[in-house]
Design a protein. Structure first.
Length: 278
C-alpha cells in the first residue's frame, strides 16, 4: 500500500501522538508502562483513544513493541510534519496571522492529500504573487460548486476591520470547530453548533461562563435573525459567497453579527466574518 495513502488516514491528533512518542524516545523517556497515559494527558484526550491508536500502529508496522517508532513510522511521521509545516507556510503567504492553526487542521483533515501536495508544490509561484490564484470569480449559488448531500466543514470567525488583518473574533469561542452543510432540493443551510464560552472578568479576574445570545446574518444588505434551537444555528447558504481557488479548494464566507451573555452581563453585539472551508 502507498504510504501516502496510509498517512492520509491519520488525524492531526494522531500525528501529535506519534510526535510525542518520538520526542520521548529521543529523551530516553520511553517506557511502556505509563507512557500511554502521559501521551493522553499531554494531548487532552482519553487513555483509551491513545491506546487504540497505538495498537493500530503496532499492527501497521509504525511502532515496535516497546513503543519506539519503526523506520516506516519515522517516514510517515516526517512526511506528516513536513506537510503540516508547508500548509502553515501556504496560509501565511495568504496573509493569515491568527486562526492559522484551525485552518491548517481544517485543510489537512478535509482536503484530499493529492490536492494539498499539488497546491503546496506551487508555493514559489504563490510567494511571488502573494496570493493564492483564484480559479473562478466569486460564486453565490452553491449548487454550481458542490453536490447535494451533507458536507462537514471547519469554521473560524474573524474580526472585520479596515486594515484587512485576520484576527480571531472573540465570538469564535462560542462555536464548535466543525460545522455541517446540508444542501438538497428541500433545504440548503450551514449549521453551527453552539458551545459554552469563557471570559475573564476585568473586575475580579474570575472565569465567567456564557453562551451565544443572538446571531444575525447579512442578507442582501440587511440583517436577518437566525433561530437558535437545541444548541444549533442555521444560516442559509444563499446568503454566503464562495471563492474557488486552485485545485478545487473552496472558501465560503458570510458576514454575521453576534451577541453573547457571559456571567450576568450581556456583551454588546460585534460583527465578524464567518469563514468555512470545503
Amino acid at each position: 500500500m502507498d504510504e501516502r495513502m496510509e498517512i492520509g488516514k491519520l488525524s492531526s491528533n494522531q500525528v501529535k501522538y506519534l510526535t510525542l512518542l518520538d520526542e520521548f524516545e529521543k529523551k530516553k523517556m520511553v517506557q511502556k508502562r505509563g507512557i500511554v497515559q502521559l501521551v493522553a494527558d499531554r494531548c487532552g484526550v482519553k487513555h483509551a483513544t491513545v491506546s487504540r491508536f497505538i495498537k493500530s500502529c503496532g499492527e501497521q508496522g509504525y511502532l515496535h513493541e516497546d513503543l519506539t517508532l519503526t523506520e516506516k513510522g519515522r517516514r510517515i511521521l516526517a512526511w506528516n510534519q513536513k506537510l503540516e509545516a508547508d500548509v502553515r507556510d501556504y496560509l501565511t503567504e495568504l496573509g493569515m496571522d491568527e486562526g492559522i492553526h484551525d485552518f491548517t487542521r481544517g485543510i489537512l483533515e478535509s482536503v484530499d492529500y493529492n490536492i494539498i501536495e499539488n497546491a503546496i508544490s506551487k508555493r514559489d509561484f504563490i510567494s511571488r504573487h502573494r496570493n493564492m490564484q483564484k480559479a473562478s470569480p466569486v460564486v453565490t449559488d452553491i449548487s454550481d460548486i458542490i453536490d447535494p448531500g451533507e458536507h462537514q466543514v471547519r469554521i473560524a470567525l474573524f474580526r472585520i476591520n479596515p486594515l484587512e488583518r485576520t484576527q480571531k473574533s472573540m465570538a469564535d469561542r462560542g462555536f464548535e470547530r466543525m460545522a455541517k452543510i446540508v444542501h438538497n432540493q428541500e433545504e440548503s443551510y450551514l449549521e453551527l453548533t453552539v458551545k459554552e464560552m469563557h471570559a475573564m472578568s476585568r473586575v475580579d479576574g474570575q472565569d465567567m461562563a456564557g453562551h451565544l445570545a443572538s446571531l444575525k446574518y447579512l442578507s442582501h444588505g440587511s440583517l436577518k435573525m437566525a433561530e437558535i434551537k437545541d444548541g444549533k444555528v442555521r444560516i442559509p447558504l444563499n446568503v454566503c459567497t464562495y471563492e474557488i481557488y486552485d485545485h478545487g479548494i473552496i472558501w465560503g464566507n458570510v458576514s454575521i453579527t453576534v451577541a453573547c451573555s457571559v456571567g450576568a452581563a450581556h456583551m454588546p453585539e460585534s460583527t465578524a466574518r464567518l469563514i468555512f472551508i470545503l
